[in-house]
Ligand binder design. Structure first.
Ligand code: PHE
Length: 345
């Protein structure tokens, strides 16, 4: 019997459980009324009387030990089950991916344009979106009451009573260049990106709010060749090495001579498609040599300095770059559209 008790002590000491069924099995085997321990108590009457007392003590120890072990095991079981049930985080689940936002395509292209021009020495200048008539028109050689002012479908805001000056939403960022010329001495090499406004009906090809980036370079001996080379460089960097560029004579009140800038169509590579209206070319902006009168208006001596300027639509460049066919997509904020742009090459 002693050996039996010793073996049971060993067994109980080593017992481990990992679920409720095992705990119940332990209880039945060592604690319940039908347990091996209870059975041993039953056998006590067969033990020789002189050994009975000692054996009784031994069995009591065994019983206490079994009870203690059972208590331990149950509290252990309780801890693990409550841990799983109440834990707010299940560490075994795969992580929920963090969805990052993407940058707006116009913003990406704006950044890329700035990057290209910064590398060749241009800085970035900004100005107000609500402009006076001087910076948006007069300084740029638009004559008073001249139909050229209508050419840009201006949103006028108010007429200042004492000066008679019009206040309007700027129709181009050339107004920023006037501010730079008034405030700085040449050499000037600046890029003015920004939002501009024109009273146009919204369609796939036109919007009343859009973005421009205009460039201005004023120094001694700046020539049309410099203008051509600068834009040539820009177009190859922005699109591809094989992109062709052409200058078409045009008119702007603030440049003379003036030229419209066309590039070979990015969709059909110049073969002809409905985007380029089967001409193989698409217009991306205007350019020209700064009119001497504009320099005079901004206190720069045209005998000493010459300069070139250019202006391009950021929407147009983005549409060509990504083959976007409808201008309205830029302002609709459809996440399925916006998510497609994250890097620019
Ligand atoms: N400011 C002109 C426009 O918005 C573009 C331009 C800029 C043309 C500079 C020539 C030189 O249409």
């Amino acid at each position: 019997m002693k050996e039996k008790v010793a073996a049971l002590i060993q067994e109980i000491e080593n017992a481990t459980i990992d679920n409720h069924d095992a705990l119940e099995a332990f209880r039945i085997k060592y604690i319940s009324r039908k347990s091996v321990v209870a059975e041993l108590f039953g056998n006590l009457k067969d033990v020789a009387p002189e050994e009975r007392k000692g054996m009784g003590q031994l069995l009591n120890e065994l019983k206490n030990m079994a009870n203690d072990k059972f208590k331990n095991l149950s509290s252990q079981m309780e801890q693990t089950t409550t841990k799983v049930a109440h834990s707010p985080v299940d560490l075994t689940l795969p992580p929920v991916p963090n969805s990052l936002g993407t940058r707006h395509p116009l913003n990406l292209v704006r950044g890329r344009i700035i990057e290209i021009f910064e590398r060749i020495g241009f800085n970035v200048s900004e100005g107000p979106e609500i402009e006076d008539d001087w910076h948006n028109f007069s300084a740029l050689n638009f004559p008073e009451n001249h139909p050229a002012r209508e050419m840009q479908d201006t949103f006028f805001i108010e007429k200042v009573a004492d000066t008679g000056r019009e206040i309007a939403l700027r129709t181009h960022t050339s107004s920023v260049q006037v501010r730079v010329m008034e405030g700085e001495k040449p050499p000037i090499r600046t890029l003015s990106p920004g939002r501009v406004f024109r009273n146009e009906a919204i369609s796939a090809r036109a919007h009343c709010v859009f973005h421009q980036v205009e460039g201005l370079y004023i120094n001694k001996n700046v020539s049309f060749a410099d203008l051509k080379q600068t834009l040539y460089h820009f177009v190859k960097e922005m699109f591809s090495k094989d992109t062709k560029i052409r200058f078409r004579p045009s008119f702007f009140p603030f440049t003379e001579p003036s030229a419209e800038i066309d590039i070979s169509c990015q969709i059909c590579n110049g073969a002809g498609c409905n985007i380029c209206k089967y001409s193989g070319w698409v217009e991306i902006g205007g350019s020209g040599m700064v009119d001497p009168q504009v320099l005079i208006n901004c206190n720069i001596d045209p005998e000493e300095y010459t300069g070139f300027a250019f202006g391009m639509g950021i929407e147009r460049i983005t549409m060509l770059k990504y083959q976007i066919k409808d201008l309205r997509l830029f302002t609709e904020n459809d996440i399925r559209f916006l998510q497609q742009f994250s890097v620019i090459s």
